[in-house]
Design a protein around this ligand. Structure first.
Ligand SMILES: [Mn+2]
Length: 300
């Protein structure tokens, strides 16, 4: 299987400048040297700021988000259909509306969402109106029709096909929804006491009872706030760098993993490139694991 590397320099899902520079920062650090020669590379277009019209208070910069996620959905769909493995780098987490919609076009799938936040708000429940807190709600068919209809009218994800990891900063409305929908949550505490391998096994066993493929979305703020100054909404008591890498390495071992995503690196907020360097190392973990896997399977 070949790689697909998809850059999404989107910042309209939240209010801070800089997150759109995540992909170019990773390139500066040498990401391109990690990509196998056969990798198909894409950069998803972003609406220029001068063309941004919409400023709805409950769905900020919605036209800017829609412009990008519609194209991302098409690219993800095409890449997975072409049997390539997408590594998608952002950009803010609203881009996942496109990833989730693109994957849905290829059939049912499970999701491991590694994030401090539940990203389950709608325009009505969101305290901020920032769409990066809404991708999972949109994928499940909840919220504004412009977001839920990206990639078609049907819901893109069933609540029982979702597992959260490292969740710890949840809005009131989200807590109610998680309980109402019965979504599986794995905490940092469980990861630390029982081990990454055990908890990943538990997540995968849960998903594999329901679907035959999964994707993993990794938000930099799943890591502890002290490790990631260069992310828009850091939260204390998060994962260690080793735990984050181990989650990705475990996921990459699974041959039913169909795509992986890394979001919310904001180089403008960073201190001495520490967050960028860590994001680079996470990409390295991802790219090297699959490379090894491919080499192993080729020699069999
Ligand atoms: Mn997120």
């Amino acid at each position: 299987m070949n790689w697909s590397y998809i850059e999404v320099p989107l910042r309209y899902g939240q209010g801070k400048h800089g997150v759109e520079q995540g992909p170019s920062k990773l390139r500066t650090l040498g990401l391109e040297t990690l990509l196998p020669a056969t990798t198909k590379q894409h950069t998803i277009r972003v609406l220029p700021e001068s063309e941004l019209i919409n400023s709805e208070e409950h769905l900020k910069r919605v036209d800017g988000v829609l412009y990008t996620v519609q194209e991302l959905a098409e690219v993800v769909d095409a890449e997975v259909q072409a049997k390539r493995f997408p590594l998608i780098v952002g950009g803010d987490h609203s881009m996942a509306i496109g990833t989730l919609a693109g994957l849905a076009k290829t059939g049912p799938y499970g999701v491991i969402w590694v994030d401090a936040h539940a990203d389950l708000n709608t325009g009505e429940t969101s305290p901020s109106g920032n769409i990066h807190g809404m991708p999972l709600a949109a994928a499940m068919g909840m919220g504004d029709i412009r977001l839920t209809e990206v990639g078609g009218r049907e819901p893109k994800l069933a609540p029982e096909h979702l597992v959260y990891m490292a969740l710890r900063d949840i809005d009131e409305g989200e807590i109610r929804e998680i309980n109402r929908l019965g979504i599986k949550v794995i905490t940092v505490e469980e990861i630390r006491t029982r081990g990454v391998d055990v908890m990943m096994e538990e997540a995968l066993t849960y998903l594999r009872a329901r679907v035959d493929r999964f994707y993993l979305s990794f938000d930099m703020d799943s890591l502890d706030a002290k490790l990631v100054p260069g992310t828009g909404t850091p939260v204390d008591q998060g994962l260690t760098a080793a735990e984050g890498k181990a989650i990705l390495a475990e996921a990459m071992k699974a041959d039913d993993l169909i795509a992986i995503e890394l979001v919310e690196l904001n180089p403008s907020l960073d201190h001495d490139d520490t967050t960028a360097q860590l994001a680079f190392e996470l990409c390295e973990t991802i790219l090297k694991s699959k490379e090894n896997l491919l080499l192993e399977s080729e020699t069999v």
